[in-house]
Write a protein that binds this ligand. Structure first.
Ligand code: M6R
Length: 607
């Protein structure tokens, strides 16, 4: 959603805030701004568009002061203009906000009736005026902020600074995450700990309902019940260097190419290489006894869940229901007592997935999550967390998190099958061996990057592209289409091969490239038939397969992409690589911003 930062430092705050905002830009980039207090006065710079524009504004007109707050925005209420950019101010305070204040209209009406004049269309501005109203009643800064926060409904994280106060930032959390970092005589506030990484590795996380009084040398936290509480500072493992593009032009390229390495980390965390068995660590419920598995997630994480459904059902013979979290939470799903509910989320902060988790927890399900950010809300509210070990993913389009999610889901499916005695030791050994070969085979698959880059130049001018596959490749077709549309803005759809003739085949003509994902497996012949139906109608086929499959296709395809031959169990990992590369190079050929596509944000913490 949006990214917020606060700094009470020993030196100028705005350059530090600006650097921290760069690491949060993946959360939103419609507008940006910083406010500081200097000689008791609040001053601010705000710009429309990306952070570079704010950098230019600060160069032209520097912002002095050793305390400040900053924001990078993904617009919800009000257009992405300078006027609607944060920080929002009233006569006494400046505020940055991530989330949505649902009762802002009522509050705004009340405040306007009391003589407050608003300058933006945002929900955030009510916070500035509400705090000011309580200050005008004679409340202290912290008290005024707490009274204001108590009147807000919705999901929000806030950073507030005050006119005439150069040693106080108030942070408040109700939903979206907020971390406090402790430096040497300095304190920091951030939407996530990575933003604070270069300044400090000592971080604590606010809990829902917390309000923090942050001074340069101390933090006081009051919880939702009004009690003073301690939130422990822990040493954060992430290093700032991880959040760097290296030699790549985009984070997305770096993250695609990093997959062999991070998948190696993931498999090492879940497999015993000597015994060739899966090791999950302590699981606080019996995998053999769960009557049903429900998996909820959004976007790319949902497609990982879709692959997992095939794995769990085929290997563990357990019924698996998967759903898009935003639908699941409202459909009042019936779940047997003691079922297992799994939530897949890179960020661990996706509002819909979190709401689905809470619904399942209230309905007698065991709650497990598969997350990249272990300290996230989804991680913290789960009975058991299975980290994906992907490292920070900055590109808005999810790539390495997807394949690492697949790795954890595969390990979980094998462990469940073993617990339910639906596979024997020999099968487990074969599957673990296959998973262990994924890093090597993904490295080999990345060898097609040059060929795909050339192909992408031809695809960049097309209007529509279709993807199809069968079985385990059906979710990969959906993922390929999502990746392409989100970063290149080309209309793309993924289909199950067998479904084409029930409607989508009407879309095929000479203008429509069709990506066929077809490993030489038990469904290969069926997929070939579907491909012939497409070719017969003039469709241009980009055929992705292994050597055996490519031999069968002859000259029928317009382009052929070779993927290494492998155990069918791991085919989703390998076929993901060319569809990611295709999306990436098409975006590059079109000149769109692969890392920060329009209208999107990395972490969606509102409904
Ligand atoms: O952080 P999460 O995994 O919960 O995010 C879920 C989706 O918002 C995310 O996968 C989104 O679809 C990506 N932009 C896809 O590339």
């Amino acid at each position: 959603m949006c990214g917020i930062v606060g700094v009470i430092g020993k030196s100028e705050a705005s350059p530090v805030i600006f650097e921290a905002l760069k690491r949060l830009e993946y959360r939103g980039y419609d507008s940006a701004g910083i406010a500081t207090v200097e000689n008791g006065q609040i001053d601010r710079r705000r710009v429309e568009g990306k952070l570079n524009n704010l950098g230019d504004a600060l160069t032209t007109s520097p912002l002095p002061g050793k305390i400040g707050i900053g924001h990078t925005r993904w617009a919800t209420h009000g257009a992405p203009t300078e006027q609607n950019a944060h920080p929002h101010v009233s006569s006494h305070v400046a505020v940055v906000h991530n989330g949505i204040i649902e009762n802002f209209r009522d509050l705004r009406n009340e405040l306007e009736a009391g003589g407050h004049t608003f300058a933006s269309e945002t929900d955030t501005e009510v916070v500035a005026h509400l705090v000011t109203a309580y200050l005008q009643e004679g409340k202290s800064h912290f008290e005024a902020a707490r009274l204001a926060v108590a009147r807000l409904e919705g999901a929000f994280a806030l950073g507030i600074i005050f006119q005439g106060e150069e040693d106080l930032i108030v942070g408040a959390r109700h939903g979206p995450p907020l971390a406090i970092g402790e430096g040497d005589g300095e304190m920091y506030l951030g939407s996530d700990a990575f933003a604070l990484a270069p300044m400090t590795n000592r971080v604590c996380y606010l809990e829902d309902g917390d309000c923090a009084e942050i001074r340069h040398d101390a933090v006081t936290i009051i919880d939702a019940d009004g009690n003073q509480v301690e939130r422990p500072f822990t040493i954060m493992m992430a290093s700032a260097q991880l959040v760097d593009k290296g030699n790549h032009r985009h984070f997305m390229a770096k993250e695609i190419h990093e997959q062999p390495e991070v998948l190696g980390h993931t498999i090492s965390a879940y497999a015993d290489p000597l015994q060739e068995t899966i090791y999950l660590g302590r699981v606080p419920f019996d995998l053999a006894a769960v009557p049903k598995i429900t998996i909820s997630a959004c976007g790319t994480a949902f497609y990982a869940a879709m692959v997992a459904k095939y794995w769990f059902e085929q290997l563990a013979r357990v019924s698996v229901e998967i759903d898009i979290a935003s639908e699941f939470r409202y459909r009042e799903a019936a779940m047997p007592e003691g079922g297992l509910a799994i939530f897949v989320s890179q960020s661990g902060e996706t509002a819909d997935t979190l709401a689905a988790l809470r619904y399942c927890a209230q309905n007698g399900q065991h709650v497990a999550s598969i997350v990249n950010v272990v300290e996230s809300t989804i991680g913290r509210e789960s009975e058991v967390v299975f980290p994906i070990h992907a490292g920070p993913e900055i590109g808005v389009a999810s790539t390495k998190a997807f394949t690492c999610q697949l790795m954890v889901l595969a390990a979980l499916a094998i462990a469940t099958a073993r617990a339910r005695k639906t596979i024997d030791d020999e099968t487990e050994t074969r599957l673990v061996r296959a998973l262990t070969s994924v890093p090597r085979l993904t490295t080999e698959t990345l060898g097609v990057a040059g060929q795909i880059e050339a192909l992408a130049h031809d695809l960049a001018s097309t209007r529509d592209i279709l993807y199809f596959g069968r079985g385990l490749q059906y979710p990969i077709a959906l993922e390929g289409a999502l990746k392409l549309k989100e970063i290149s803005y080309i209309h793309a759809e993924g289909y199950a091969g067998g479904e084409l003739k029930h409607g989508p085949i009407a879309l095929i003509d000479e203008q429509v490239p069709v990506i066929v994902i077809a490993p030489y497996d038990r469904l290969f012949d069926k997929t070939m038939s579907n491909m012939q139906e497409v070719i017969a109608r003039g469709g241009r086929v980009v055929f992705m397969s292994d050597d055996k499959g490519l031999d069968h296709v002859g000259n029928d395809a317009w382009a052929k992409i070779r993927v290494p031959e492998a155990d069918p169990f791991i085919s989703p990992f390998l076929y993901t690589i060319p569809v990611q590369l295709l999306a990436y190079y098409t975006a590059v050929a079109k000149g769109t911003d692969a890392d920060q596509p329009r209208n999107l944000a990395k972490s969606v913490t509102v409904e």
